[in-house]
Unconditional design. Structure first.
Length: 137
């Protein structure tokens, strides 16, 4: 979880798109390891269980090295109430020993299914967010 920040501060940090955040996270995660990137794509978050007004943008990565297979989704909650001018990034990750994948005790599809379920059901606790419409206009 990254602290919420103003939308205007994303460009100077090189984080204007969630993809760049995912690439930065991946670089730090695999530093010094030989890693294969199996999936590197946009992910569509499917559920809005709390009627959130913010926009969700997500990026999915599937990484494999000789020790682990890692599946992760970087989620960005953008235009957050009440002022609609903030953004916050989150990372959901599942790490599985490579030996379980190789012996077929765990399938990569099962790993991704668990991750997708977690990402889709991830959200805020606020059921009816309010926005400051007078200040926005």
């Amino acid at each position: 979880v990254v602290d919420a920040m103003q939308l205007s501060s994303l460009r100077p940090l090189g984080r204007e798109h969630v993809r760049w955040v995912a690439m930065e996270y991946k670089q730090n995660l695999v530093r010094g390891r030989i890693t294969v990137v199996l999936t590197n794509q946009a992910y569509h978050k499917k559920m809005n269980l709390s009627n959130d007004l913010a926009a969700w943008t997500c990026w999915e990565l599937l990484l494999k090295d000789h020790e682990y297979t890692m599946a992760l989704v970087v989620l960005r909650r953008q235009y957050m109430p009440p002022m609609l001018d903030t953004v916050q990034d989150f990372v959901l990750a599942i790490k599985c020993p490579a030996s379980l994948i190789e012996t077929k005790k765990v399938k990569v599809e099962s790993l991704l299914q668990e991750l997708h379920l977690a990402a889709d059901s991830f959200g805020t606790q606020v059921q009816s967010p309010s926005i400051y419409t007078d200040m926005i206009q």
